[in-house]
Design a protein around this ligand. Structure first.
Ligand SMILES: Nc1ncnc2c1ncn2[C@@H]1O[C@H](COP(=O)(O)OP(=O)(O)OP(=O)(O)O)[C@@H](O)[C@H]1O
Ligand SMILES: [Mg+2]
Length: 284
């Protein structure tokens, strides 16, 4: 049973119907040679909300992020970022849109030969509009945000896995993106370090109002993002009101990819109470 039959695009969230979604995929398909990776994929992420993208290894999660960034082009379908279709855009036309998106790639992917400072400054230099003093100010600011200002001079090889992941987040947020894409940000980290990453993701979302798309294999982390909100006062995560209740928290939606398609798209409650055998197995 394909649940997408009953849950078409824009079926969720009043915000999605009223304003352009931060990200919207409409009937996106992509094959590599004769291998179909994505087929008729549709879902959207409303502004300020969280979308958790789940699926077994090889189900196309990273490919989807590359499509959203315009690094890959779909065979068919539309990929809208803030209402603008990225598929027909050329590389130079993608620049302004890409600046509004921050990405933390799977494995963190820092430049090993550059210091932490240079890694974070990298994208700020791209435009060539900022002075060195402005760049340094911003680099310090974002490193302070991820609580790593003291590592400015270090090389990535001198950092722990969790610290590298936080530097990757600092680098991604340096250009003040409105949309953050995280590819398996807690993979390979111990639970305590993974928690610090979850706190950062929630902090950006709840304090910065950043629309958030997270790919994860760790359901526990996904549920943390759905169930908790960042409190500036407490400087920690606090339980968030349930979906739909009036409160400070924006909604979290889940997408489960399976065999190239969207097998499920909905809230945590709809996911966890769903009788569908594939979902039951996936969640167990
Ligand atoms: N550039 C490419 N050329 C050919 N095939 C590719 C390319 N990129 C990805 N694929 C294939 O597309 C499929 C989806 O890959 P993708 O990396 O998106 O999986 P994933 O869901 O991110 O998996 P994981 O959870 O292991 O990270 C895989 O079968 C992969 O081999
Ligand atoms: Mg991947």
């Amino acid at each position: 049973m394909k649940l997408q039959d009953t849950q078409g695009p824009l079926a969720f969230g009043p915000a999605a119907a009223q304003t352009a979604a931060a990200i919207e995929l409409c009937h996106v398909s992509l094959s590599f040679e004769d291998k179909v990776v994505l087929e008729d994929v549709s879902f959207s992420l409303s502004r300020g909300e969280t979308l958790v993208l789940l699926g077994v290894t090889g189900s196309g999660k990273s490919v989807l992020l590359r499509l959203i960034l315009g690094l890959l082009k779909p065979d068919s379908g539309r990929i809208l970022v803030d209402g603008q279709d990225v598929a027909p855009l050329t590389e130079p036309e993608m620049f302004p849109l890409r600046r509004r998106m921050g990405i933390v790639f799977q494995e963190g992917a820092l430049f090993d030969s550059l210091s932490v400072y240079e890694n974070v400054a990298y994208r700020l230099r791209e435009g060539g509009e900022k002075s060195e003093a402005q760049i340094e100010q911003r680099v310090r600011e974002v490193l302070r945000f991820v609580e790593l200002e003291q590592t400015l001079e270090k090389m990535p090889s001198e950092l722990s896995g969790g610290m590298r992941r936080r530097v990757a987040i600092a680098r991604a947020i340096a250009s003040e993106p409105e949309i953050m894409l995280y590819d398996s940000p807690t993979a390979g980290l111990d639970p305590v370090t993974a928690h610090t990453i979850n706190v950062l993701i929630a902090k950006l979302r709840d304090v910065g109002g950043v629309s958030t798309l997270v790919v994860t294999q760790r359901l526990a982390d996904a549920f943390v993002l759905a169930n908790f909100a960042y409190s500036s006062e407490r400087q920690a995560l606090v339980p968030a009101p349930a979906d739909g209740a009036s409160g400070q928290r924006a909604a979290t939606r889940f997408v489960v990819l399976r065999d190239g398609g969207v097998h499920f798209w909905g809230s945590k409650e709809e996911l966890t109470s769903n009788p569908d055998p594939y979902l039951r197995k996936f969640l167990s």
